[in-house]
Design a protein around this ligand. Structure first.
Ligand SMILES: NC(=O)c1ccc[n+]([C@@H]2O[C@H](COP(=O)([O-])OP(=O)(O)OC[C@H]3O[C@@H](n4cnc5c(N)ncnc54)[C@H](O)[C@@H]3O)[C@@H](O)[C@H]2O)c1
Length: 286
């Protein structure tokens, strides 16, 4: 399983590809166009170089060597010889729904598909294929190379062997996993998405400015970052799509997305990756 397919080269796909390549895997990274893939390669190079510069005695990697283990393509067909695939495409059912039947057709029967989703049911994705036993959720945390633990999700039909094989890949990536059962949002995002959404309602209702909402969580609760900073890091579009998945899955109004969130996404204010969210970010890549 030294060759791993990575679908989607956005915030998560970039981190997953970098982490895999740093762990000695050969990566085939796929996205919709060359521009996205070129930007992904630049970001990976910069992330590895930044880490190399600041890591001093700690383990560091050569950016060119890491990139030499990542092949990019716009054609999904390139992952047909991979035995392990991590899918990180946009958090929308109509996007993921098209990817899995195609993967199921082009990959070997033994290949395992790991769904890196924030909220979508792993069982529902498994049902798009003829291999629901070889599909699991791996909810990586962001930024992927720096986070030591992931949430692994067992769909109704996910086999023990699939969990074991995914576990050994994660272990090579330097990660441990916490296994949970499948329900939309799993453990992490069923709680986190509500918190971020409610924090956005607070800003909309003019109860507090974003920096004060975040300061309460950091200074009073000791959190490493506030909910709005976390929303900007994840991507506000991804937050909105996740809330829509939760709303639709549970038919529960508590998951209704705040209108301010919808407005910010419509305006392209998607957080860190777009340079503007609740805060402003500067990057030579954007
Ligand atoms: N952002 C986070 O912090 C975070 C954390 C854990 C999981 N996730 C999940 O990971 C997945 C990706 O999230 P992200 O933040 O990287 O989103 P993103 O918007 O940054 O990137 C998604 C990428 O998928 C690509 N894409 C869309 N359709 C595709 C297709 N058919 N084939 C190949 N690529 C395609 C897009 O062009 C884009 O580059 C989502 O399901 C999200 O819920 C996100």
């Amino acid at each position: 399983m030294d060759k791993v397919g990575v679908i989607g080269a956005g915030v998560m796909g970039i981190g997953v590809a970098q982490n895999l390549a740093q762990s000695g895997f050969y990566v085939k990274l796929v996205d919709l166009n060359e521009e996205i893939l070129e930007k992904a390669k630049r970001e990976i190079y910069d992330h590895v170089r930044f880490h190399q510069f600041y890591s001093q005695d700690k383990e560091s990697f050569d950016p060119s060597e890491v990139l030499s283990r990542i092949e990019t393509d716009v054609d999904l067909e390139v992952v047909s010889d991979c035995e392990f695939i991590v899918e990180n495409a946009t958090e929308k059912w109509d996007v993921k729904e098209k990817i899995y039947p195609r993967l199921d057709n082009i990959c070997s029967e033994s290949a395992i598909f790991a769904v890196n989703t924030s909220c979508i049911s792993i069982t529902k994705i498994g049902a798009l294929t003829n291999r629901p036993d070889r599909i699991l959720g791996i909810h990586f945390m962001n930024p992927v190379p720096l986070k030591p633990t992931v949430e692994a999700i067992r769909g109704v039909y996910t086999s023990d062997e699939t969990i074991e094989q995914a576990g050994s890949i994660l272990s090579r990536m330097g990660k441990k996993y916490i296994l949970v059962n499948d329900m939309p949002g799993f453990v992490s995002n069923r709680v986190l998405m509500l918190t971020i959404n409610e924090a956005i309602w607070l800003v909309q209702d003019q109860v507090a400015k974003p920096e004060d909402v975040d300061a309460i969580f950091k200074e009073c609760f000791g959190h490493a970052s506030g909910p709005l900073e976390t929303g900007d890091l994840i991507g506000l579009d991804t937050i909105l799509y996740s809330l829509e998945v939760l709303y639709e899955s549970y038919q529960d109004p508590k998951f209704r997305a705040c209108p301010l969130l919808r407005q910010m996404v419509a305006a392209g204010k998607n957080g860190r990756k777009s340079g503007q969210g609740f805060y402003t970010y500067y990057s030579h890549n954007s």
